[in-house]
Design a protein around this ligand. Structure first.
Ligand code: PHE
Length: 337
């Protein structure tokens, strides 16, 4: 029996020296140490031996079993680390993946910059619906149903009383209805008109609206605020000009021009040889508008202005076609990083 055990031990050494991968080692472990393995069989055989011989042989077999267990587990570890290493190998010289970082859309840049400028002057931002009531879009702005000013803003009607807003000016009325004076608000967002698409028209576009109402607000306040805005957007050297203009909800009303940045006001092709570029409509809030919103037009005055964000972006960045904003060609968009 002793010889048999020594032989088994030798045989194991031979076997293990040949088997190197994890599966082979696993198989060998079963053959020797499993429930029906060599060691288990021999342990059974011991019970058949005479009593006196059992302890000695038992001890030897146990010792052998422990040795085999130890070697098996060492070999298991070695083959496992080898396996992991080959799987982990990667080529550190391959260039890494570069992530493309997008940029804000030029319209969004203008909206954010505008909000920042007006927040800096004490205005707050209000947001409003693109689907609007006829009352807020027209009626409350002193544009009754039969008023010819509606023709310029031919719109998409959903019902006779609901339409896609043609301007952000309804936010003037909504803001006044919502809060007592004083008001200093700006609002930005999409507007819609039934215009055919060309290089300066789009049926969907963005507007920026502003309103200030308080005791003693004057036209000079409007001029100061607009000049500050234009100089922050276009540059300190730009001049601002107010021409008489008609909008039913302001009186007096004005069209605002900024001096051309290319020719510095001398006149060139880009400003139509006038030296000026039209950028917005503005004026003092019409007393009818204040009254309809529930404000006392004898005690309060205000100014309002409104402009197209695309137009501001086109002038600021030298873009000559409004369609570029909506085509989303990456080659165009990535220039505004
Ligand atoms: N809402 C006018 C437009 O779309 C612009 C404007 C706003 C004019 C506020 C005066 C005051 O043309």
């Amino acid at each position: 029996m002793i010889e048999k055990i020594i032989k088994l031990r030798k045989q194991f050494d031979d076997d293990i020296s040949l088997k190197k991968d994890t599966d082979e080692i696993e198989k060998l472990k079963n053959e020797y140490l499993g429930r029906k393995g060599y060691i288990a069989k021999m342990l059974k055989e011991i019970s058949l031996l005479p009593k006196e011989e059992r302890p000695k042989i038992g001890q030897l077999l146990n010792k052998t079993k422990k040795e085999i267990q130890k070697i098996v587990s060492e070999e298991e570890n070695i083959s496992l680390t080898k396996k992991n290493k080959t799987e982990d190998i990667f080529d550190i010289t391959i260039p890494g993946k570069t992530f493309k970082i997008g940029s804000l859309h030029p319209i969004e840049l203008i909206l954010r910059k505008t909000q920042e400028i007006f927040l800096g002057m004490g205005f707050n931002f209000v947001d409003g619906p693109e689907i609007e009531l006829d009352y807020y879009n027209f009626e409350g702005l002193n544009i009754p149903k039969d008023h010819p000013a509606r023709d310029d803003q031919d719109s998409f009607y959903i019902t006779t009383e609901i339409l896609l807003r043609t301007q952000t000016s309804p936010m003037q009325v909504r803001t006044m209805e919502n809060q007592p004076p004083p008001i200093r608000m700006i609002s930005t967002g999409k507007c819609y008109r039934r215009d055919a698409i060309d290089s300066t028209h789009s049926p969907m576009f963005y507007q920026i609206e502003g309103l200030a109402v308080d005791k003693g607000i004057r036209f000079s306040d409007l001029k100061g605020v607009i000049t500050e805005f234009c100089q922050q957007i276009f540059g300190k050297d730009r001049k601002v000009r107010f021409r008489p203009g008609y909008f039913p909800f302001v009186e007096p009303g004005a069209e605002v021009d900024v001096s051309c940045g290319l020719c510095e006001g001398k006149g060139c092709r880009s400003c139509g040889y006038t030296g000026w570029l039209e950028i917005m409509g503005a004026g003092m809030v019409h007393p009818n508008v204040l009254e309809m919103a529930g404000y006392d037009s004898k005690k309060l005055t205000g100014f309002a202005f409104g402009m197209g964000a695309e137009r501001i972006a086109m002038l600021k960045y030298g873009i000559n076609d409004i369609r570029l904003f909506f085509e989303n060609d990456i080659r165009f968009l990535k220039q505004f990083k």
